[in-house]
Every structure is written in structure tokens, then in C-alpha cells.
Design a protein around this ligand. Sequence first.
Ligand code: NAD
Ligand code: UD1
Length: 337
Amino acid sequence: MSILVTGGAGYIGSHTCIELLSAGYEIVVLDNLSNSKPEVLKRISELTKKDFKFYQADLLDKTTLEKVFSENNIEAVIHFAGLKAVGESIEIPLHYYHNNITGTLVLCQTMKKYDVKKMIFSSSANVYGVPKLVPITETSPLSAINPYGRTKLVIEKILGDLYDSDNSWSIALLRYFNPIGAHESGRIGEDPNDIPNNLMPYINQVAIGKRDKLNVFGNDYDTHDGTGVRDYIHVVDLAKGHLKALEMIIPITGIDVFNLGTGTGYSVLDLIKSYENVTSKKIPYTFTHRRPGDVDKSYADITKANKILGWKALKSLEDMCYDSWRWQKNNPNGYGK
Ligand code: NAD
Ligand code: UD1
């Protein structure tokens, strides 16, 4: 039996593939490589000393998807594949709706056809919109404030409707907070295609000398130092959370939702300070205007994942900063062309 990992060549997917293979699971990876490179697949094998099947295919390609299910004995699907850039989703919403929502529909239809009814879905803290209260619990109000977040919210509802229509499904909706960091080998990490939108990859590029300085978006937020506060979580801790979720969904049926974060919020300045301390690299920055759509504070209540999944993030902010830098330093051009 294999676990199908859609989007397994991406940032979180690749780290999860390593954890799955290391834990003895067989995996099949499907990715269209629209936001990832084939080199990552070689490195997953190199690090785990295990081989796996890879299909370079689009989720929207029903024929190939059916081939994947007919050629393999799939037990469950971990569904990472999707587009994730908030700004881009505002510019090309139809593309985001089609890729993320239609892609998930085609996947679910194919799973149903092949009687595979166990799925872990990558949702996002983005579904909480502008949180009124922190820490954010799974029952906090949901709202979409951009097309990307709306795709996540709609997919969560679709999966809920699917379960209501057929109680033999088993689905875990995982709402990730802010994954950063990289594998401790320094061989696998986040490799943004263009100018990074997110904080840690941007800091990495300043540290390596690709960018002069960081623009800190706003210093007048209602936080301890005026800069935005987020729940940064090491990507390896996040990957391990998927294994716990898999152990939970395989023997049962049902649908449940979990926040995956550390439960602690750090500001932009906290992150810069920690990065400078552990790497001895200076990160020059200036304060600029707030980024539209940003919230002041977002961090998770992680009680539920802790109690039900038996999962907790273990790595510190220092680990996250050091591992991010080691990846950047060892791979100044990411995975290359
Ligand atoms: P990523 O872009 O690195 O990985 C996604 C992978 O999916 C890429 O390799 C891409 O090529 C592939 N893909 C996209 N559309 C596809 C399609 N139609 N068919 C086949 N493959 C396709 O992103 P990531 O950071 O690893 O995120 C994984 C998932 O987690 C995404 O669904 C994302 O929305 C969600 N998420 C990410 C974050 C984050 O900060 N990274 C936070 C919350 C949620
Ligand atoms: C962003 C997305 C969110 C997505 C998340 C993970 C927006 C509005 N939100 O969230 O939907 O789920 O990424 O992919 O894009 N910052 C700077 N300078 C920078 C970059 C970021 O100061 O160059 C600040 C931000 O204002 C924020 C913090 O750093 O306070 C973290 O930003 P980022 O890494 O982009 O994550 P989110 O804002 O949480």
C-alpha cells in the first residue's frame, strides 16, 4: 500500500516525503513541477536511500490521475498540490480557483472511483481572515480575505459536504501557520521562483547578498514592538504532524480539523534578532508601510492537535533560523535551473 503525495516536490511536500519514507511508508509522488524542480526528488532519495515512483502530472489531467490510481495500490492521499501566493491569487483569481478547487474536485472524483477515501488536506491559517482573538482555535470564525484563502475555505467546505454524503471517508484538514526552516541536512529547503513574498526566504536572500535589505512592513501594529506577529513553525515539525494525522485517519472514518503551529507568536523584529544571533549575519532593514491584507497577530491554539494527534512542534525559533540559513548557504541558487 502506498501514500499518494500530491505536490510532493514542493517545500512542505518534500519534507513530508522524507518523513514518510524514513518511517517506512511507500509513497507515490504526483507534481506538475509548476513551482518546484525535479532535483528535489533526487535529493529525497539520496537522503532516505529509498526510491519511489514520480508522476510529472497535473491534477487537472483526469486521464493521468486515473493511471496513477490504477497503477498503484493507494491507501491514502496527502494533498499538498496547489498554488499559494496571496498577491498572485488577487491578480489571477480564475487560475487559482481552477487549479486549487477544480484540481481538488478531480482528485476527489478519482479517489472515489478507485475507492480511496482517506485524505489529508493542506489548509491554511489564512481561513481565519482577520482574527479577532489570539490564540486562534479551530472554532474561531472563518473568513476569506483573498482568492487564495477562499480556495482553502471552499475546499474545506467541499470536503465537509463529501463526508456528509458518504461517511466512509476519513479526512483531516490541517491548517498550517507559518512554515519556515529546512531539513537539517541542508539539502532540502524552500526555493522560491521569484522575489520572495514571505519573510524567511526574503531574509535568507538578504543574508546571502542577493538583496540589499529587508523591508519591514509596518511598525505600528498592536504588538509588543509594533511589527507583525506570526506563529512560525519548523517545516520538519510540520511534516511530522502529517504522519500523526495519517496514523489517525487510516483506521477510522470522519472529518476533523487541526491547527498546526507552535502556539507562540514572534514579531518580525524577534525573527531578525534570532536569525542574526544564530547565523552571525547582519540583516539590514527599514520600516515601510503595512502590506495590504496583513493582520497584526496570528498564532495558534494547538491544544487540539496536541490532545488528539499526540503531536507537538519541538523545534525552536533558533533552530528554524539556523536551518533556513544552512539551506540558503549550501544552495545559494536553490535547486538550480
Ligand atoms: P509549494 O508551491 O512549494 O508546493 C506545492 C506543489 O504543488 C508544487 O511543487 C507545485 O508544483 C505543485 N502543484 C501546484 N499545482 C499543481 C497541480 N495542479 N497539479 C500538480 N501539482 C501541482 O507550496 P508549499 O509551501 O509546499 O505548500 C503546500 C501546500 O500547503 C499548498 O497547498 C499551500 O497552499 C499550503 N500552505 C502552505 C503554507 C506555506 O506558508 N508554505 C501555509 C499554509 C498552507
Ligand atoms: C502570508 C500570506 C498568507 C499565507 C502565508 C504563508 C499575505 C497577506 N499573507 O502570510 O496568506 O498563508 O504568507 O504562505 O501575503 N514581512 C515583512 N517583510 C517582508 C515579508 C514579510 O515585514 O518582506 C512581514 C509581514 O508583514 C508579516 C510577517 O513578516 O508580519 C510574515 O509575513 P509572511 O512570511 O509573508 O507570512 P504571513 O503574513 O503570515
